[in-house]
Design a protein. Structure first.
Length: 519
């Protein structure tokens, strides 16, 4: 069996086993309590019931019409990104993340200024139950060695609304302080708007999923559905959305501002997280922290380690996580020399094959010995099928003479599963491959537009399988090759390139072994 045929058998079985263990044992670990817990999910009622169980508040009414006065836009530049804040809504109007485009640096945006009719979609807008202010005044701008600071104020019924932003220079963390300076007898309730990442170039190809902590404080993913739109999460400590490359999420709420978190969809399939605070009738101040950045392990861990779960290291995380980090570092190092991620993937694949060669060679030898042992055993069972005593003696003599075959042939396969999984994580989800060209492929993060890699996969699979005379076996080989070609066509070109090169190297290795044997 070839590597990828074996992977198609082993990986689903391993995932099924892992799911079964989590399902059956996880159910018995659930807490037996009637109290509402952080991350607990509910379906929102259509009418007011008790406390937190009430309809979702999706509509936003503004106190003032859009001002004819030109808004003051404040731009902040860090080593990682550029941010534009505006006095319109005291909101984050644009975020552009720095990345390398070949030989020069460029920027990739995930937040854009809303249109005049979409003010309620402004990032970090603070919406109120009564009338939401949109015209703010910038009252302070400063910075120190670690961060930039912006403070905004707007008049509201019975007092003022204060918003303070802290934009950290070395991480993708943004802190937001929301405060009310209230007169006695006036009650207000705030909601913070956080849009999902939006990358226009990926529209139609990207997948937005919502994220929230569960009752055990682990990260959970939720697809865009009516069920998600009609649900809310009680007092979440992690809440937001992700796409293929970026995460926008609230990750810290030390003052317990968020009473409920829920989502709202829009016409362009973008979703918005709404973080609903408590009702207040006095001067209050809360601080929340947000992660606004790429799905990179080190970057996310610097802000909230729970975000690492968006990378889906799987059941082999104890191996695939350090492997993926090492291989991503190796890929970036090779890229520094060749300046093309396609060639970097090919060189990395060759290096992996060379490292695995001793284990692969021993595994093949072990499998051949096992096949020979099984052939001799089948002969003895046929020869002594009517004499069990003689068969037992002959089998014992065979084992004494040749030894019992071990499972050494499975070792290379077991070693390659976490390697394949780690590479699939970094090649299918690494922002470094976004818009990275290679020969005929304009973007290694998307599928091969001309299906050349899937075709090469089919050809390599056919050549990698030993020639057989049986017509059924030949059809089975061709069928498996066509199936893997179809699977490869749905992969990102970077991952497909690794699979094709790995299979072609397997063909070359088999041919060289055969040539040396004849010599």
């Amino acid at each position: 069996m070839t590597l990828f045929r074996q992977l198609l058998i082993v990986i689903p079985l391993a995932m099924l086993t892992s799911y079964g263990l989590r399902y059956f044992f996880g159910r018995h670990m659930e807490l037996d309590t009637n109290q509402t817990r952080s991350g607990q999910r509910f379906t929102a009622p259509k009418s007011t019931e008790i406390e937190v169980h009430k309809p979702l508040k999706l509509e936003i009414d503004f106190l003032d019409a859009k001002s004819t006065k030109q808004p003051v836009v404040t731009s902040i530049q860090t080593e990682l990104a550029r941010y534009d804040f505006s006095t319109d809504g005291a909101s984050l109007q644009r975020v552009e993340f720095k990345r390398n485009w070949g030989q020069q640096d460029g920027y990739l945006a995930t937040v854009f200024p809303p249109s005049s009719g979409d003010r309620e979609k402004s990032c970090f807008l603070v919406a109120l139950d009564q009338k939401t202010p949109f015209a703010f005044e910038l009252i302070n701008k400063s910075e120190d060695a670690d961060a930039h600071f912006l403070t905004y104020r707007a008049a509201i019924d019975g007092g003022s609304l204060i918003k303070k932003f802290t934009v950290f220079k070395q991480t993708y963390r943004i802190d937001l302080e929301v405060g009310f300076d209230m007169n006695a007898g006036i009650t207000q309730q705030a909601r913070i708007v956080l849009p999902s990442p939006l990358v226009p170039e990926l529209m139609g190809e990207d997948t937005i999923t919502m994220i929230a902590n569960d009752e055990r404080n682990n990260l959970k993913l939720f697809t865009r559905s009516l069920e998600t739109a009609h649900s809310y999460w009680a007092t979440p400590t992690l809440f937001g959305a992700q796409d293929r490359y970026f995460v926008h999420a609230m990750v810290r709420d030390p003052n317990h501002f968020v009473q409920r978190g829920y989502f709202k969809s829009s016409e362009n399939d973008q979703w918005y997280a709404l973080l609903e605070g408590p009702e207040v009738n006095q001067t209050e101040m809360w601080q929340l922290s947000f992660y606004m950045g790429p799905k990179e392990d080190r970057a996310m861990n610097a802000v909230d380690p729970r975000l690492e779960q968006t990378l889906n290291y799987g059941m082999f995380s104890f191996i695939s996580k350090p492997l993926s980090q090492f291989m991503l570092h190796a890929l970036e190092t090779i890229y520094g020399f060749v300046h093309n991620y396609g060639w970097a993937i090919i060189i990395l694949t060759i290096l992996i094959k060379l490292i695995m060669l001793p284990f692969t060679w021993r595994g093949e030898q072990s499998m051949k010995k096992r096949a020979e042992f099984q052939k001799k055993l089948d002969y003895l069972e046929s020869k002594f099928k009517h004499d069990k005593e003689a068969l037992g003696q002959a089998r014992a003599e065979l084992i004494r003479k040749h030894g019992m075959p071990g499972i050494g042939g499975c070792v290379p396969l077991l070693m390659q599963i976490p390697i394949f999984w780690a590479l699939s994580i970094i090649l299918a989800n690494s922002i470094e491959l976004y818009k990275a060209p290679f020969l005929w492929i304009p973007d290694l993060s998307t599928r091969d537009p001309y299906y050349i890699l899937p075709l090469l996969m089919v050809i390599a699979m056919i050549f990698h399988t030993p020639a057989v005379n049986d017509a059924k076996q030949r059809m089975s080989t061709v069928g498996m090759a066509l199936f893997l070609g179809a699977v490869t066509s749905s992969f990102a070109a970077g991952l497909a390139l690794f699979m094709v090169v790995s299979t072609l190297l397997g063909v070359v290795q088999a041919k060289l072994v055969k040539a040396f044997k004849h010599d």
